[in-house]
Design a protein around this ligand. Structure first.
Ligand code: SAM
Length: 236
């Protein structure tokens, strides 16, 4: 099952979120109109699309994903492919390789190969920025079953983070947090559309029970911090 609804009409696709995310990106890696950017698991490509306008990029940023969304951003050069296959033919070098909330969908052996390939495809001053949910501090509103799935997934994320830190011992860790305010109604809608990968394997009944629990547990509006952790890998 694929994550089609991940960034569809949620805070993740809001202008404010994308701007604050891109401001964070630009603090970690100086970019200009000549920069070459690759986004692995780009979804609709709204983040690099917005970055492209902001920087007035000469070369369209490349976004790759397994899913080809009809409403993807027009400012990106989209390729429907999996991350590893992309590098079989790629000859370009990048200033920034972004992997946002996608690394957890790969096996450790795939992550290893991907890290090697990404590093080989960096320009001399290039950086890889890998973002994933902060597994140590997480505030995502959950129902009981969702919480236990989330904890399992976050434990795996901790392993992935340890693996990446071992792979590149000079990797730098940064944190970012985004204040989310969303109506319970919208959040419930996100759950019913299985916006997060931990929900993909749940059946209809489990989702309905979960939504009842959320309706009971939370007030009309939800406020929480969407917390990410970022590993920065340089080309040396
Ligand atoms: C949770 S979404 C994140 C989307 C986007 N990066 C963002 O943060 O808004 C994960 C994305 O990774 C894609 N994906 C999963 N496995 C992939 C793979 N092996 N190669 C390329 N994309 C992949 C999914 O199709 C999905 O669009």
């Amino acid at each position: 099952m694929s994550l089609k609804n991940w960034d569809n009409k949620t805070w993740l696709s809001s202008k404010k979120y994308i701007q604050s995310f891109n401001n964070f990106l630009l603090k970690q890696k100086k970019l200009n109109r000549n920069s070459q950017i690759l986004d692995i698991g780009c979804g609709r490509g709204k983040i690099i699309g917005s970055l492209s306008s902001k920087l007035k990029l000469i070369n369209k940023p490349i976004g790759i994903d397994l899913v080809n969304h009809k409403d993807k951003d027009k400012k990106i050069n989209f390729k429907k492919t999996d991350a590893l296959s992309f590098f079989l033919t790629n000859k370009k070098e990048f200033d920034l390789i972004l992997v946002k909330q996608t690394i957890h969908l790969l096996k450790i052996s795939e992550i290893k190969t991907l890290l090697i390939k990404m590093k080989k495809s960096l320009r001399p001053e290039g950086k890889i920025l890998i973002f994933t949910l902060n597994p140590y501090k997480n505030e995502i509103p959950c129902f009981t079953l969702m919480r236990s799935e989330l904890l399992k997934s976050l434990n795996r994320d901790k392993k992935i983070l340890r693996f990446i830190s071992k792979f590149d011992q000079k990797g730098i860790i940064k944190y970012l947090s985004y204040k989310v305010e969303i109506s319970k109604k919208k959040y419930v809608d996100m759950i019913s559309r299985k916006f997060i990968s931990i929900l993909l394997d749940l059946n209809k009944e489990q989702i309905v029970t979960g939504i009842n629990e959320i309706n009971f547990k939370y007030k009309k509006n939800l406020k929480f911090n969407d917390k990410l952790i970022c590993i920065i890998i340089k080309n040396n």
